[in-house]
Design a binder for this molecule. Structure first.
Ligand code: NDP
Ligand code: 2IT
Length: 453
């Protein structure tokens, strides 16, 4: 670690105590940028990185709501408005009991670089709540969303800050959030993305993150003149990103053999085909059940409960070619990475945000496998959110093919930008450095142009 990065990290840790995920995300970026900052003393003098690390604004608020039994609950709501140098704050909302300030700050920080990589004019933000939608009725989720938006609506707007979904926030929640925003503001605007198709949503937005992560993997394989045809893939999670990852892998001739949730994972060596995927979509999106039910339904599959206190996850210890971690942060540790490599995995394309620990990343990089970090590989979701904003501004909608072609083009651009930046700064085909450097430069130059703000 250079002296500059060590000093910076000491300050970040002192100033942001008890935010380990935020420290982790900043350290990875700072290490990639050390060489850029050496070549560009003007960025250092203007304290560009120091400013990017400090959110422009953090909003924290009380969210009181009443359950179906008439009991009152109090959750905490957040919106981190991280950086608006290149566009309005943009990023998802996460509803999960683990949500806290440090986790949302890491996500907002990653989002700044990711959004810059998309080439679309979007700044970075993230928000959410420690509310747990699991086991709640639709009415309870609606009342929570209304209470949450009653405060959040003061701070967002189509030209200011445009939230979307993330863990625990899908089409149902975006609907409830949009409805109450519209009522309070008396305005029909593109203030959220991931909207329903007949009220301002974009085709391909639900598919975009998963499809994008697979396009990114295909682009990485292309550098070795290979494709996804015939490849066996491990997928974690079973939500939005995991489901559409499987759909696109099927389209491209590959086979996915795992899915998971926080309880455990299923392994189906025959592959998750389109009928089985339709079952999963109904199970998770309509019936809101658990992934273990997959193994009750399909005899080709086994279910393994995962003990989080163990030092490795057996999901990552299965023979395969590719892995698409699509659940949550730090789901692959160093030991899991060793297991992946031992089992022949040589492509890791991250649908989730920061799913690999620094230890795991070091092992991928040392082994020279094709590793696409989340801020590049999962940028397809926010990219199509950006396209949804454009369509809302034009009051016009593009066809499925048009949006999918734009998504494919954006993922290729991101891939190529990572390759070019990593090459220019001396670490060819290191997508970690490439994504961090290419994402940074556009934001840094915009901040230089705009003065000390
Ligand atoms: P969903 O809520 O649709 O699905 C989340 C899945 O991950 C569920 O299967 C969930 O299982 C599992 N999961 C969540 N938290 C944990 C945990 N702590 N431990 C184990 N499993 C967990 O979310 P998405 O599919 O939208 O998001 C998945 C990942 O992709 C996240 O990292 C998100 O930030 C990232 N992402 C999402 C984008 C989007 O457009 N939606 C865009 C870019 C990145 P369970 O039901 O048991 O909680
Ligand atoms: O992490 C992410 O990029 C998202 N959850 C999607 C954000 C968005 O604004 O579409």
């Amino acid at each position: 670690m250079s002296d500059y990065v060590a000093d910076l990290m000491a300050q970040v840790k002192a100033k942001n105590a008890a935010q380990p995920e935020f420290h982790q995300a900043v350290e990875e970026v700072a290490e990639s940028l050390a060489v850029v900052l050496d070549k560009h003393p003007e960025y250092r003098k203007a304290k560009i990185l120091e400013r990017i690390i400090e959110p422009e604004r953090v909003i924290m608020f009380r969210v009181p709501w009443m359950d179906d039994q008439g009991d009152v609950h109090v959750n905490r709501g957040f919106r981190i408005e991280m950086n608006s140098a290149i566009g309005p704050y943009k990023g998802g909302l996460r509803f999960h009991p683990s949500v806290n300030l440090g986790i949302l700050k890491f996500l907002a920080f990653e989002q700044v670089f990711k959004n810059s990589l998309t080439t679309l004019p979007m700044g970075g933000g993230k928000g959410g709540s420690d509310f747990d939608p699991k086991g709640k009725s639709d009415d309870e989720v609606m009342r929570f969303c209304q209470a949450f938006m009653t405060e959040l609506c003061r701070h967002i707007g189509p030209n200011t800050d445009v939230p979307a979904g993330d863990i625990g926030v899908g089409g149902r929640e975006i609907g409830f959030l949009f409805g109450i925003y519209k009522k309070i503001k008396n305005e029909f605007t593109g203030v959220l993305t991931g909207k329903g198709l007949n009220w301002g949503g974009s085709l391909i937005r639900p598919e975009a993150t998963g499809y994008g992560a697979v396009y990114f993997a295909a682009n990485m394989l292309g550098t070795r003149k290979e494709t996804l045809e015939g490849k066996t893939c491990l997928v974690s999670g079973s939500g939005n990103v995991a489901q559409y990852t499987i759909e696109k892998v099927l389209d491209l001739g590959g086979k996915c053999i795992t899915l998971s949730d926080s309880g455990g994972f299923i392994h189906d060596p025959d592959g998750i085909d389109r009928d089985k995927l339709a079952f999963v979509m109904d199970l998770k999106n309509v019936r809101r059940g658990r992934i273990s039910e997959y193994a009750d339904k399909f005899k080709s599959a086994t279910y393994t409960a995962v003990d989080p206190s163990k030092d490795f996850n057996p999901l990552w210890n299965i023979k395969a070619d590719c892995a698409f971690p699509s659940a949550t942060q730090n789901e692959i540790n160093g030991k899991d990475a060793d297991n992946l490599l031992k089992n022949g995995v040589y492509v890791v394309s991250e649908g989730a945000n920061m799913p690999s620990t620094p230890d795991a990343i070091k092992k991928y990089v040392d082994a020279k496998i094709l590793y696409g970090p989340g801020k590049a590989a999962n940028a397809g979701g926010v990219a199509v959110s950006g396209l949804e904003m454009s369509q809302n501004s034009m009051r016009y909608g593009w066809s499925r093919e048009e949006v999918d072609n734009k998504l494919m083009g954006i993922m290729k651009n991101i891939h190529d930008a990572c390759v070019a930046a990593s090459d220019k700064y001396g670490t060819p085909y290191n997508y970690v450095n490439g994504a961090n450097i290419a994402g940074f430069l556009k934001v840094a130059d915009a901040m230089m142009d705009q003065g000390i703000v």
